[in-house]
Structure formats: C-alpha cells, structure tokens
Design a protein around this ligand. Sequence first.
Ligand SMILES: CC(C)(COP(=O)(O)OP(=O)(O)OC[C@H]1O[C@@H](n2cnc3c(N)ncnc32)[C@H](O)[C@@H]1OP(=O)(O)O)[C@@H](O)C(=O)NCCC(=O)NCCS
Length: 178
Amino acid sequence: MRRQHRPLRPRPRPGDLPVTPEQDDDGELDVRPLQPDDVDFLRGLARDPRVVRYVGDGRPWSEPQLQERVREALPCSAVRWFVPRDRAGNRVGLLSLRQRAPGRVEVGYWVAPDHWGRGHAGRLLRRGVEVCRGEGVTTVVARVLPGNAASHRVLLRGGFVEAEHQDDPELVLYEHQL
Ligand SMILES: CC(C)(COP(=O)(O)OP(=O)(O)OC[C@H]1O[C@@H](n2cnc3c(N)ncnc32)[C@H](O)[C@@H]1OP(=O)(O)O)[C@@H](O)C(=O)NCCC(=O)NCCS
C-alpha cells in the first residue's frame, strides 16, 4: 500500500543523483527515503555493537559521526539513505546508495538485530538494485569484511559476484552488472 509523505528534499542540484520516490516492495517492506525523524532510530543502530561489528572500523558511531553522515545523506546528493518499515510500521534498517563513479553505485544495508533472519537484507538489496536499474546505473558494487558471513550470503543470493579485481585487501568487493 502506498503511503503519503511530505516532500523531503530540496530541489536536486546539477550532478546530484535523482531522488527516487517511495516504492512498494514485495509487500513486506515500505522503503522510504531518509527523513529527519528517522535519526533516533539510526542512532540506535549505529550505537549497537552487533550492527557495526562489520561496518567501517567496527566501532559504534559517535554522535558527531552520526550527525556528519546524516548531514551528508539528507540532502539530495551522491549518497542516499532509505529507511524501510515492516508491515507493522516498525523501522527495520537502512539502505544506502552511494555513487562511486558515473554509472557505478555502492549499496549498503543494515537490519536491526530484532529483525534479522527474515529476508529483509535480501529485500533491501533487491530494492537498491531496482532503484539503480531504473536510473541507468550499469554496475552496483558492495564491500564486505571477510567475516560477515550473512552479508556474503545476501549478496551471492542477490546475484552479486566477487569482483575479478579487488581494490582493498581488507574487504571483499562484489559486483552486479545490470
Ligand atoms: C548482514 C545483515 C544485513 C543480514 O540481514 P538479514 O535480514 O538477517 O539477512 P537475510 O535474512 O536477508 O539473509 C541472511 C542470509 O544469511 C544467512 N546467514 C545468517 N547468519 C549467517 C551466518 N552466521 N553464517 C552464514 N550465513 C548466515 C541466512 O541463513 C540467510 O541466508 P539464506 O537466505 O540462504 O537463508 C544483518 O545481519 C545486519 O544488519 N548486520 C549488521 C550490518 C551489516 O553487517 N551490514 C552489511 C555490511 S556489508
């Protein structure tokens, strides 16, 4: 079911990625662009050691780090965040799309631990790929720490393959050609 929500972002500037309107998923998730009132929920995720264990340096985000990243993601820019809600209306995670080069976008996803194991990461990944496909992106990539077994599984199930040329010895680079 489509929900109404207020326009959230300023008019795009030249070179920005287009804002993608809210879209329905397979009925399980309602994936909405980041709104200012999502920040408390994201703070809870970013401070949860289970969530950030395989993200960045593996440490919970400080408040300035959170604020800086939200400031980067809130305007229509090369980084876009989406916050999915389940059928009950609960926020369940984060989907991020970051333009790395023309036609090349990096996808990232977090799911709140209470909602792990229900296929939500796979849904978020599919949504991210759909958005990219609709915008003419040719390559979607993802970077994963070797120990993050669930995330490797999500990517392989989502049609991603390990890239032939790895660019960071600490991370596994996956690619999906559209
Ligand atoms: C990784 C993460 C996104 C997975 O979310 P999720 O909604 O539970 O994932 P899904 O239910 O869509 O799928 C998980 C898959 O991994 C598998 N899995 C889960 N834990 C696993 C483990 N320890 N080892 C191997 N596979 C595992 C599941 O069986 C499932 O595979 P299946 O579809 O073949 O059954 C979630 O754990 C998370 O948010 N982690 C913290 C943030 C993070 O690491 N993000 C990714 C950064 S690259």
